[in-house]
Design a binder for this molecule. Sequence first.
Ligand SMILES: [Zn+2]
Ligand SMILES: [Zn+2]
Length: 654
Amino acid sequence: MSQVNVTLPDGSNRAVPPGTSVRDIAESISPRLAKAALAGIVDGNPVDLNFPLNVDASVRIVTQDSPEALHIYRHSTAHLLAAAVTNLFPDVQCGIGPAIEEGFFYDFVVPRPFVPEDLEAIENKMRELASQDLIYERQMWPREEAKAFFAGRGEPLKVQLIDEKTEGQAVVSCYTIKDKETFVDFCVGPHVPTTGRLKAFKLLSTSNAYWKGDARNQPMQRVYGTAFFSDKDLKAYLTQIEEAKKRDHRKLGKELGLFMFHQWAPGATFWLDKGTTLYNTLANYMREVLFPAGYVEVKTPIIFNKSLWETSGHWSHYRENMFLVKSSDDEEMGLKAMNCPGHMLVFGSQTRSYKDMPLRLHEQTPLHRNEASGVLSGLTRVRQFAQDDAHCFVMESQIASEVEQLLRLVQRVYGDFGLEYSVKLSTRPEKFLGAVETWDHAEASLRQALEAAKQAYTVNEGDGAFYGPKLDFDVTDAIGRKWQCATIQLDYQLPARFGLKYVGADNAEHMPVVIHRAIFGSFERFIGILVEHFAGAFPLWLAPVQATVLPIADRHLDFAVRVRSELSAAGLRVDLDDRQEKIGYKIREAQLQKIPYMLVVGDREAAEGTVSVRTRTGGDQGAATIASFIESARAEVVSRTTPVAGAGPSGASA
Ligand SMILES: [Zn+2]
Ligand SMILES: [Zn+2]
C-alpha cells in the first residue's frame, strides 16, 4: 500500500501508512507533544487529534500555545455546558454554542428561564463531566438518520441546522461526549480529545436571545461562560471584569456628573458642565499638539447636498448609515458622517502648489451616523460624535515623512495619558483599487516611517481598505483591555473622485495623496475609555474640578471665598463646599467625586493665610500658603503627571 507523505512545520517530511491519525504524528514527534496536543491543523484546517491522514498533507499540532487553541478549547467547553444542561434539564432544547472573543455561549430553548442557582448546578455538573475525562467522538451519520434522530429527540432546531448547512451531503458530522445518550450535537468540530482537558471555566451570566439572533424567531436563553488554560488566567480575567464593572463609564459618568442621555435623543450625549470641561480640555489639548505640528483648524458644514455624497461614493455605499433630510425647497441632503468629503472641497477651492504641501486640515465638528438603536451603548456606540479628525494632503514623496511625524504625535499624545499601545500595519487586500506599484510604494513608505519613528508593529496582511493601506493603534487601558483608537489611513481614491490637483515643482499638475488620521478617534469614545482607564480619578490637568475648598465652619466662609477666587484667578478649576455639613462628610463627598485636592480651612488657616491640603488618595499633606499651593498645582497641570496606571485594584481611586 502506498504511503501518505506528511509535511511538518519545520519543512521535514515523513511517510506514514494511510489512516495514521494526527495524534500518531504528534506521538512520533515526541511523547511530550502528544500529551500537550489538543487538536491539529491539516492543510490549514483545524481537525481533531483522531483525524485520519489519507492523502498527502501538511500537519501542525495544536497545543495550548497555538493561536487556534483557545477557540477550540472554549468551543469544547460550550459542548460541555450543553451536555450538563441536557443532563440536568431533559426538556431543554439546544441551539448553537460558539466560542466568542472572551469565552463562549450556548443558546437554549427553556421551559423557564435559568436562575443563578441553576448556573451553579450546571457548572457543578460540568466539573463532574470534566473529571470523568469523557471522550469527544466524531461520528459521521447518514444525513436522514441524523435528522430523524434529532427530530425524535424533540430537537427541531438541530434538524433545521442540518437541513440548511449540509444540503447535498450524504453524511453529516456529529459529536458525542462519551456516547449519544450522554450528549450528542450536530457540529463540524474540532474539539479537544476529552473533557478532562478542560480545566478552568466559569459560567458568567444569562441573557435573552432569539434563534439566529432574529427577534421574529423563537425566544431562547443564552448562557455565557469563559474558559482558560489555567486557573490563574481565569482568575485574572474574572478580576478584570469585576474591575471593569466598577469602572463602567456609564455608571461613573452619572456619579461624577459628566454626561447624560435621554430617550428623545438616542445615542447623542448631553455633556453636563463637568463633562463639557473635560471635553473642552481634550479639544484644546489636541489643538495645542496639532498647531505647532503645522495643522490648521477648519469648520465645515454639517449638512450637505447629496451631490457631495455621490461624488465621494458614500451615497451608493454608505447612505443607510447616514441621516437624510430634505431642505425646504426639496433638495435631498445628508448629515455628514465623516469630514473627508468636505475637506476635499476645501482643498479643491483654490489652486494649490507643491509649496502648500503638506496641507493639514483639522476639524472637530459633530458627525452623525445612523446606528441601529439596539447597538447604542454609553459613549462607545453613539449616533452623534466628533473626532480629532484631520486630513493631510501630501505629495507621494512626502508620505513617509508625514507618517513619521504622525507616529511621533501619537507617541506623544498617548504618553501624556499614560496609555500603552500597539500598532498594526494593514496591507493590500484581495479586492483593491489602483495600481499594484502604487500600493507597493505606499506600503514601503509606511514601513519606512515606522522604522524611522522606531515604532514596533505587527502586519495584518491583506487587511487594508480597498483604497489604501493603513495603520491601526490599539490602546491598552489600566486593566489590560485593548481599544482601537488612532488610525492613519492612506487614500488615493478620494482625491481622484474630487479631481484634486496641485502644481508641482515641474509646473505640471499632479494629484495629492490624502492621509485620513485621528489620534483620539472620537472624543466620545476616547472619554469613555479615559473614564474607565482612570476609574474616574483623572490626573490634575484633566480633572473637571481640580480642587475644592472646604470651610470647617460658617465663620471660615469669607476666607474660603478668598481662597477660591485666588485659585480661580490663577487658572485652576475650583469649587467651594459651603454647605453646613461636618468636615468629615465634606471630605468623603469630595473623595467620592474623585477631586484631586481638598483644601480644608479653619481658624488656624484663616489666621495664617494657609490651606490644609488633602489629596483624594493620600490624605492630609499638611499646610501650604495659597501661593505655594497654586504654584505646585500649576506645575502639576503643566507636567500632565499621570496617576500610575493599574496601581491597586481600583487604580487611583480612594
Ligand atoms: Zn462543536
Ligand atoms: Zn477622512
